[in-house]
Design a protein around this ligand. Structure first.
Ligand SMILES: *[C@@H]1O[C@H](CO)[C@@H](O)[C@H](O)[C@H]1NC(C)=O
Ligand SMILES: *[C@@H]1O[C@H](CO)[C@@H](O)[C@H](O)[C@H]1NC(C)=O
Ligand SMILES: *[C@@H]1O[C@H](CO)[C@@H](O)[C@H](O)[C@H]1NC(C)=O
Ligand SMILES: *[C@@H]1O[C@H](CO)[C@@H](O)[C@H](O)[C@H]1NC(C)=O
Ligand SMILES: *[C@@H]1O[C@H](CO)[C@@H](O)[C@H](O)[C@H]1NC(C)=O
Ligand SMILES: *[C@@H]1O[C@H](CO)[C@@H](O)[C@H](O)[C@H]1NC(C)=O
Ligand SMILES: *[C@@H]1O[C@H](CO)[C@@H](O)[C@H](O)[C@H]1NC(C)=O
Ligand SMILES: *[C@@H]1O[C@H](CO)[C@@H](O)[C@H](O)[C@H]1NC(C)=O
Ligand SMILES: CC(=O)N[C@H]1CO[C@H](CO)[C@@H](O)[C@@H]1O
Ligand SMILES: [Cu+2]
Length: 589
């Protein structure tokens, strides 16, 4: 239903900031006015594909080179309002970006390189102006700075670190730390990097602002490297052959500014909020439909989906395939060869593409995931395209000596046997009589309701996640590492849903008898430890959840994980997370 809105879209609106004074408090409110101009789809259609080169994202070292034990690893990264050129033919866009100055901030932000077991300390600074460039919605649970400004807080996605460094949604801060949220405690975050080597990313997480702060540009990649493993494996390496592809989707006005609808799908309840943001233009490393000139050899691509709501089912033309070596933050036990990969928002695929296996001189990276996933619209000629690889003629010189190892890494067992507890987590969507979404809750509870998930630090649990909504939801937990071991659908979703609406108790509603329907295969490339797992609608997904270091034989955390303000778990469709498919989680000793 809401997807139709994207096709019908023919006019634009823009944001005007009004400051309404009431007594001595002033509350900023976004207001929208219609403007004339090109329809946004015409903007997408006016951009020639594959004319901008895929940028190299700048890298910063979150460690001191050559000294793993005594690294200072201190970084200061700011958030700035700046201008960004997304395409040769699109005027500059006002964005929010991470970097060390407004002049050097980039979309995505600098890639932070860390070394396993060597801590990185980052002071995240907010240099953003008084008002946001996108519409927000004061009817959501939302950070509300009394004196205005853009609330921000950074979360390292996939990171294993203490609660005060986790970027709790209420630990937000405005420019110069002049105002802070209720759980804010410190300016500098410590990332111990005790995770095994892998792929992470950082992004904003401020309460009620996540979807717009990311759409405005606040995302960046983070890598934890294990130099020993790099040397052993001989995977494609170095800045030329080991690259990030950070995916996003955005819609633009013809003046280059980012479009987001200012009117909610049910404006009488939420004046601005819409259940899912889908953009017409696919962005890779900050460029619309870029191209990359490649040699006829193997490349490693770390593909991160930073979209608000768009799933990507990626494939390559001209007979090329992906060899997946890792997912989210862990490697696979053995590489998996596949023609296509489905990435939910925030999921990561670590893949090798061997361009020597084709004689063609180009290969397109395409997307055919319906939106919303899995039953929505088919991608069109715009959002069905991602980027192009132009393959150099002739053999590579020097020859490609990289290899793909047959075995990569084995982690802690994913057996459910030693689990100390089973929890039932139910995903609900609340709609109007005509089926328009008004909010999405976990377990029928609001974010601000008292914490109900209190796992023991060091334990293994089973989480049975039941999706009672029409959509697939990328389920993400902070701190924990988890793995789907079984997906089985309910035999009578309506009966179960009706029972849950009354009792809100999965066991009392016969989940054991219910979840005996169709078994859904978990793709081989997802059979590893992850931090985001897709939740099939109408089904129960069994997760083994480790509150331990799976890359280090289930060792306990080398920091206090039981402190304030705790952690969160949530849906990674950002529009859902903001309204309010998110719950607190407090570890106990
Ligand atoms: C690492 O740095 C510390 C502190 O600067 C120094 O004492 C130590 O000798 C260094 N170790 C190596 C192997 O360079
Ligand atoms: C932050 O501090 C800088 C430098 O002191 C100042 O120029 C700027 O106006 C301050 N911004 C806010 C929002 O307080
Ligand atoms: C914005 O959303 C509203 C409510 O769903 C819809 O009626 C309207 O057409 C949308 N506006 C645009 C420009 O897409
Ligand atoms: C990217 O992630 C978003 C949500 O976070 C998801 O909706 C979308 O399908 C993902 N796209 C790809 C290509 O994985
Ligand atoms: C692979 O070749 C490069 C030069 O292209 C060389 O620097 C590197 O040492 C070689 N690696 C191995 C493992 O032979
Ligand atoms: C379960 O715990 C026991 C005792 O600590 C241990 O020996 C066994 O390996 C564990 N099993 C799994 C599958 O982790
Ligand atoms: C569900 O939405 C309706 C409006 O359509 C509202 O009256 C009701 O309070 C909502 N329920 C919850 C649990 O949010
Ligand atoms: C639970 O569901 C199963 C499958 O629908 C059914 O056979 C069984 O009778 C139910 N048990 C109860 C107690 O309702
Ligand atoms: C993606 C998916 O399978 N979503 C399902 C979630 O549950 C609802 C209701 O059970 C189904 O209608 C959806 O298809
Ligand atoms: Cu969701």
């Amino acid at each position: 239903m809401w997807a139709n809105d994207m096709i019908k879209k023919t006019m634009s609106a823009f944001l005007l900031l009004m400051v309404i004074s009431s007594g001595h408090k002033s509350v900023a409110m976004p207001t929208c006015l219609p403007v004339t101009g090109l329809a946004t789809q015409q903007v997408a259609g006016s951009l020639t594909m594959y004319v901008d080169e895929l940028p190299q994202i700048p890298k910063v070292n979150g460690y001191t080179t050559g000294n793993r034990t005594f690294s200072s690893g201190r970084l200061t990264i700011g958030m700035y309002q700046t201008k960004w050129k997304f395409h040769r033919d699109l005027p500059e866009t006002t964005v929010f970006a991470y970097g060390s100055s407004a002049a050097t901030a980039t979309i995505p932000g600098p890639t932070i390189e860390a070394i396993e077991d060597t801590p990185t300390y980052i002071t995240w600074e907010n240099h953003l102006p008084q008002s946001h460039i996108l519409p927000w919605d004061t009817s959501l649970p939302i950070a509300t700075p009394k004196n205005g400004g853009v609330p921000t807080v950074v979360h390292l996605h996939g990171g294993i670190h203490a609660p005060h460094s986790d970027g709790h949604p209420a630990a937000w801060f405005t420019a110069n730390f002049s105002e802070t949220g209720s759980t804010w405690s410190q300016q500098t975050y410590t990332y111990p990097n005790v995770h095994h080597a892998g792929n992470l990313w950082y992004h904003d997480h401020a309460l009620g602002y996540t979807r717009i702060n990311l759409l405005a540009g606040l995302t960046g990649a983070y890598v934890i490297r294990d130099p020993g493993m790099d040397a052993l494996f001989k995977l494609p390496s170095g800045p030329e052959f080991d690259r990030h592809l950070v995916l996003a989707d955005k819609t633009f006005y013809n003046d280059g500014s980012i479009y987001m609808n200012c009117t909610g799908n049910v404006p009488s309840i939420h004046q601005q909020w819409q259940p899912e943001y889908f953009g017409d233009v696919i962005i890779v490393n900050g460029k619309a439909w870029p191209y990359l000139q490649v040699l006829r050899r193997k490349y490693r691509f770390r593909i991160i989906n930073t979209s608000n709501a768009r799933y990507f089912r990626l494939s390559l033309t001209n007979g090329l395939s992906f060899t997946v070596i890792g997912a989210d933050t862990s490697y696979l036990t053995s590489p998996v060869s596949t023609q296509s990969i489905i990435l939910a928002p925030s999921e990561i695929a670590d893949v090798i593409v061997d361009f020597s296996t084709t004689t063609a001189t180009e290969s397109l990276l395409n997307n055919d995931a319906p939106y919303p996933y899995p039953t929505g619209l088919s991608p069109d000629q715009f959002n069905g395209r991602v980027m192009k690889f132009s393959i150099q003629a002739g053999p590579t010189n020097p020859p490609d000596n990289s290899t793909i190892p047959p075995k990569i890494k084995t982690y802690s067992s994913s057996s459910t046997k030693n689990a100390s507890q089973t929890r039932y987590i139910t995903l609900y969507e609340n709609t109007t009589a005509t089926g328009e979404s008004t909010n999405l809750y976990v377990n029928g509870m609001r974010f601000e309701d008292p914490v109900t998930e209190t796992p023991k630090s060091g334990s293994t649990e089973v989480w049975e996640v039941i999706n009672l909504t029409g959509d697939n939801h990328p389920f993400h937990m902070h701190l924990a590492t988890f793995q789907a071991v079984k997906v089985q659908c309910l035999v009578d979703v309506n009966a179960f849903t009706n029972c849950m609406k009354t009792l809100n108790d999965a066991v009392a509603c016969n989940i054991t008898g219910q979840a005996t329907g169709k078994v859904v295969d978990i793709p081989a490339y997802e059979q590893t430890w992850k931090n985001t797992v897709k939740m099939e609608p109408g089904c129960k997904t069994t997760l083994v959840v480790k509150f331990t270091l799976v890359g280090h034989a289930d060792a306990g955390y080398p920091f206090v994980a039981t402190g304030s303000p705790g952690y969160v778990y949530h849906c990674h469709i950002l529009d859902h997370e903001d309204n309010a498919m998110i719950r607190p989680m407090q570890l106990v000793a």
